[in-house]
Write a protein that binds this ligand. Structure first.
Ligand SMILES: [Zn+2]
Ligand SMILES: [Zn+2]
Length: 346
């Protein structure tokens, strides 16, 4: 089969012929229909997170079940499915409790094994991790739910508990940030969106957010919201946005860290004075378990949530190497998500 693969960190990925994946006993092999190009794939390619080389990226995937392992009960050949980027083991206490997103024995397609920038991809623990798509849902739209939209959905609903009339401050207007803006507004919230890029701010404003530059952002959010946001979400992942996010909250506000804190940012300080004096809640958010997808898919199917509006470009598999490498520019996502459509050939 054809796959996009790189042999070293930062080395140009190439479209190459590789063997089809082996089907795990508890898993499936999917024929990939569509798959998103995500900043996490870029981080792995750049060596910020170790992967076994050579490596095939891709984790925001939609496909048709092509082969089924002997221990799988709930899925069959021909099912159209998606999956969270974190796949739980299916047997530990956390997985059985519905929290596969933090399973200690998790697998991640495109990180722990070869991913979906390929004609086929293997997934483990299918009964725990596969999500059936509503009939007629466009694979490109479903792939755009990928890690970014689903992650934003859980940050806004489960951790942020965003409600009607709340003020939400979103820091970073890439894929996750724009998703969080759209979801918050759909749930009746008012949103302030902070980004250094004017193009990103314009996209945020198009979705209905009040756009703000990054200069003195916390104080300006407090001003715009009349005393601070109820919920702040760092969708970028940096010391600067994290500190500004916490400082932009009103008393008893909720802070959600979604953007990965990598490298030196992993040890960024948290403004504990505000956390204590304001009684802030601070959450880390790591994707969303398959169990929680149906509620989100229902809102997409009924048109309340419109992930299609966040898709910027649809490309063939052969254009994936260039799209991944283009993420060297921090502005790569400001034109919207890039989705690889494998139904059009490569
Ligand atoms: Zn588990
Ligand atoms: Zn992703």
């Amino acid at each position: 089969m054809q796959a996009v693969r790189y042999s070293g960190y930062g080395k140009a990925p190439e479209l190459v012929e590789v063997p089809t994946p082996v089907c795990p006993d508890d898993g499936v092999v999917l024929e990939v229909l569509a798959t998103g190009v995500c900043r996490s794939d870029w981080h792995a390619w750049r060596g910020h997170e170790p992967v076994a080389l050579p490596h095939v990226p891709g984790h925001e995937l939609v496909g048709v079940v092509n082969r089924v392992g002997r221990d799988v009960h709930d899925f069959a050949v021909g099912d159209r499915v998606t999956t969270p980027f974190v796949n739980g083991c299916g047997v530990c206490e956390l997985c059985r409790g519905g929290d596969a997103q933090v399973c200690p024995h998790q697998t991640q397609p495109g990180f722990t094994h070869h991913g979906s920038f390929a004609e086929q991809v293997a997934l483990f623990a299918a009964d725990t991790n596969l999500v059936r798509l509503p009939a007629g849902m466009d694979p490109v739209v479903a792939a755009s739910l990928g890690c970014r939209f689903a992650t934003a959905y859980r940050a806004v609903t489960a951790h942020g508990r965003v409600g009607d009339g709340d003020w939400v401050a979103v820091f970073g207007c890439g894929g996750v940030g724009l998703s969080a803006i759209q979801i918050s507004i759909a749930l009746g919230a008012r949103v302030v969106a902070v980004d250094v890029s004017e193009v990103a701010r314009r996209r945020a404003a198009d979705l209905g957010a009040v756009p703000l530059g990054s200069d003195d952002a916390a104080a300006r959010v407090v001003e715009v919201t009349g005393g601070g946001a109820h919920v702040a979400i760092d969708a970028l992942g940096s010391a600067a946005t994290e500190v500004a996010g916490v400082r932009s909250l009103r008393r008893r506000g909720r802070y959600v860290q979604v953007g990965l804190m990598l490298g030196p940012d992993a040890r960024a300080p948290l403004p504990w004075d505000a956390v204590v004096a304001y009684e802030l809640e601070v959450y880390g958010s790591h994707g969303m378990a398959a169990r929680d997808y149906p509620a989100m898919l229902e809102l997409v199917d009924s048109g309340v949530l419109r992930p299609a509006e966040l898709v910027g470009r649809v490309i063939p598999l052969s254009a994936a190497p260039a799209a991944l490498m283009a993420m060297d520019s921090p502005a790569a996502e400001t034109a919207g998500m890039t989705i690889i459509d494998l139904t059009q050939g490569w």
